[in-house]
Design a protein around this ligand. Structure first.
Ligand SMILES: Cc1cc2nc3c(=O)[nH]c(=O)nc-3n(C[C@H](O)[C@H](O)[C@H](O)COP(=O)(O)OP(=O)(O)OC[C@H]3O[C@@H](n4cnc5c(N)ncnc54)[C@H](O)[C@@H]3O)c2cc1C
Ligand code: FES
Length: 263
């Protein structure tokens, strides 16, 4: 489906933890949405021109429903949190490439996420569960605010790491993966989304163990459609268009083979 700016109706908006909101939208864009893809959400405040990129947490194609889960961090997301059921919002989508679900077929998949990288793992888990051999969500949180844990648990085991040790393994997602290894479980393939230090550590873990890893780089973006070069990442391959070792996260990603990007 080509990218289009469209008006979506807000079916519901719920605060699911301190600063995290769950918004469900009625939109035909749900039809072509893949896990790991995202939409641009426009503010009504016209002083903020650029849409805010937010991942697809769930897509229900039969009901034309897209679910997004976001943390309030600045003016744009604060404005979104004031929206109510029945109102409408302008969105741009569907953007980005998405995770290669077929790579998980018949294999043991670790879905590794942290912080606001957790939402896309819900739709990814939903699509991998019927095809993967085994599926483990390894999820990192700051503390006992383990938002979306119950959504992930519908599709397989969830192994949690918390920085303060209040739930699961004390430490980070790498510590939680090593705890799984101690129980004789290792990934054939890793899908990851989260903050850059986490993704760097996942890339190192995958290299060390010769495991294929796909990582979603949810870095800052501007236009979101490939026009401004505000989101480039260094790569090991040459771009066929510009002949440089760069890729645009918004259009070539946000999901990349971890071996391909220099992070
Ligand atoms: C592909 C993609 C998918 C995303 N998916 C989600 C999602 O599902 N849920 C969600 O809550 N957020 C997601 N984000 C991050 C989200 O886009 C930003 O938090 C949002 O744009 C902030 O807008 P704002 O106007 O509220 O804050 P701003 O005023 O723009 O920024 C406020 C603060 O947040 C920081 N910030 C802004 N963008 C990012 C970012 N991308 N990463 C880290 N820090 C940032 C800024 O440095 C600043 O400190 C995603 C980003 C990308 C690129
Ligand atoms: S955000 Fe403009 S090119 Fe990617």
């Amino acid at each position: 489906m080509s990218k289009q700016k469209t008006t979506a109706k807000i079916i519901s908006q719920t605060r699911i933890s301190d600063s995290i909101y769950d918004m469900r939208l009625e939109t035909a864009l749900a039809e072509g949405a893949l896990p790991g893809q995202f939409i641009g959400v426009y503010t009504r405040d016209k002083s903020m021109l650029l849409p805010r990129p937010i991942s697809i947490c769930e897509a229900d194609r039969d009901r034309n429903m897209l679910r997004i889960v976001y943390r309030v961090v600045g003016e744009g997301t604060a404005e979104f949190s004031s929206y109510r059921e029945g109102e409408s919002v302008e969105i741009l989508g569907i953007l980005g490439n998405g995770f290669p679900v077929s790579e998980g077929k018949g294999r043991t998949a670790f879905l590794v996420s942290g912080g606001i990288g957790v939402p896309p793992m819900v739709q990814l888990s939903k699509e991998l569960e019927p095809v993967a051999g085994r599926l483990y969500n390894v999820t990192g949180y700051r503390n006992s605010d383990t938002f979306l844990k119950d959504d992930l648990a519908k599709y397989g085991e969830v192994h949690i790491a918390t920085e303060d040790g209040s739930v699961g393994t004390k430490g980070n997602v790498i510590d939680a993966m090593r705890a799984l290894n101690d129980g004789g479980i290792e990934a054939d393939v890793i899908f990851a989304c989260g903050p850059m230090p986490m993704l760097k550590a996942v890339k190192r873990y995958a290299e060390e163990k010769h495991i294929k890893a796909y990582i979603s780089l949810e870095e800052r973006m501007a236009c979101g459609v490939g026009a401004c070069l505000g989101c480039v990442v260094r790569t090991n391959g040459t771009d066929t268009h510009s002949y440089v070792n760069n890729a645009r996260i918004c259009t070539d990603g946000p999901v990349f083979d971890a071996e391909y990007v220099n992070i």
